[in-house]
Design a protein around this ligand. Structure first.
Ligand SMILES: *Cc1c(COP(=O)(O)O)cnc(C)c1O
Length: 310
């Protein structure tokens, strides 16, 4: 499998008076522009997994996700582009008509299978359940929920190669922690890395990130002992896929003033958090920050009654 030529990923500077007054430079790395349907970090997380699947001689992928999962949409699009059959195990019951995420997945050839929330939560990686799935759909290469494993971490180490300016701090939104693990692995300790979990009580992610870093080190025989990262768990807005009129207004204003579209689940919360901290604390004063736009804009369509201007 050939590494696809990626477009040039631009850095876009955020222009706001209060940033200038505090001598803060904020740049957004537009990873959302990486691919029209395999969005942002999901492209990074899938590439080496697909390569590994192909090295193992597998022609089918199977993965897990919720009905609005960016990972489900991206895996379907990537599997389609690189010639794999794809099965998506979806949490909960089928709802028809399909929402836009699942419709996109089906349009890309993904076979959907629904399992109960309790089975999803407790059994999805149980070898007995996996064996049963293999009997039903045929052999597959398993990509975990959210796509996060050692191969995903490797893919995400490549995100920072596109940063061609000097900087002090990298900010990144977190779901399962695979993306920030790659950034931690690739960044030297003179920089600081801050993760913004999109889930409530995101402290648990610390262990998950450490585990992903350990898996990555074991798989690729590298040694990393970077301590220059932490999580800010204050900007989850009530939890995963929870939103508020404040967040919606922010995302609309940000698009209007900066021409950068954000998603409501991850990048909107992160940028809200960065600008709130910049405005209300001295923490970022005099610093150069790069915020990673991890994509995920397809997820905005999942919010039926919300009006976004883009
Ligand atoms: C999936 C996703 C994330 C979370 O990435 P993890 O590697 O799971 O932490 C962040 N931002 C966007 C836009 C996503 O779609």
């Amino acid at each position: 499998m050939q590494y696809q030529q990626l477009p040039l990923i631009p850095l876009q500077q955020v222009k706001l008076d209060f940033l200038e007054e505090k001598n803060i430079q904020l740049h957004v790395l537009r990873e959302d522009l990486i691919h029209p349907t395999i969005s942002g970090n999901k492209w990074r997380k899938l590439f080496y997994n697909l390569q590994e699947a192909s090295n193992q001689g597998k022609n089918q992928l199977l993965t897990f996700g919720g009905a609005f999962s960016n990972h489900i949409a991206a895996t379907a699009a990537a599997g389609n582009q690189f010639g794999f059959k794809i099965v998506g195990i979806i949490r909960g019951e089928e709802h028809l008509p399909l929402n836009s995420t699942l419709q996109l997945a089906v349009d890309n050839g993904m076979q959907l299978r629904y399992i109960s929330r309790s089975l999803y939560k407790d059994e999805k990686y149980n070898p007995v359940f996996i064996e049963k799935l293999k009997n039903e759909v045929g052999d597959f290469y398993l990509i975990p929920e959210g796509g996060s494993n050692a191969f995903a971490v490797k893919g995400c180490t490549e995100i920072i190669k596109n940063i061609d300016i000097d900087y002090d701090i990298i900010c990144c939104a977190c779901g399962t922690g695979g993306t920030i693990a790659g950034i931690i692995a690739a960044t030297d300790e003179t920089k600081e890395i801050i993760g913004f979990p999109a889930l409530k009580g995101g402290e648990f992610l610390k262990n998950d990130i450490q585990q992903l870093l350990a898996d990555y080190q074991q798989q690729f025989l590298v040694e990393i002992n970077h301590q220059n990262w932490r999580l800010n768990t204050d900007y989850h807005f009530g939890g995963y896929a929870k939103t508020s009129s404040e967040l919606i207004d922010f995302v609309n204003d940000f698009y209007q003033n900066q021409t950068i579209p954000l998603d409501l689940i991850y990048t909107g919360k992160m940028l809200f958090g960065i600008l709130h901290l910049a405005k209300t604390t001295a923490f970022f004063n005099g610093k150069k920050i790069v915020a990673i736009h991890t994509g995920g804009l397809q997820g905005n369509k999942g919010f039926d009654k919300i009006k976004l201007i883009f």
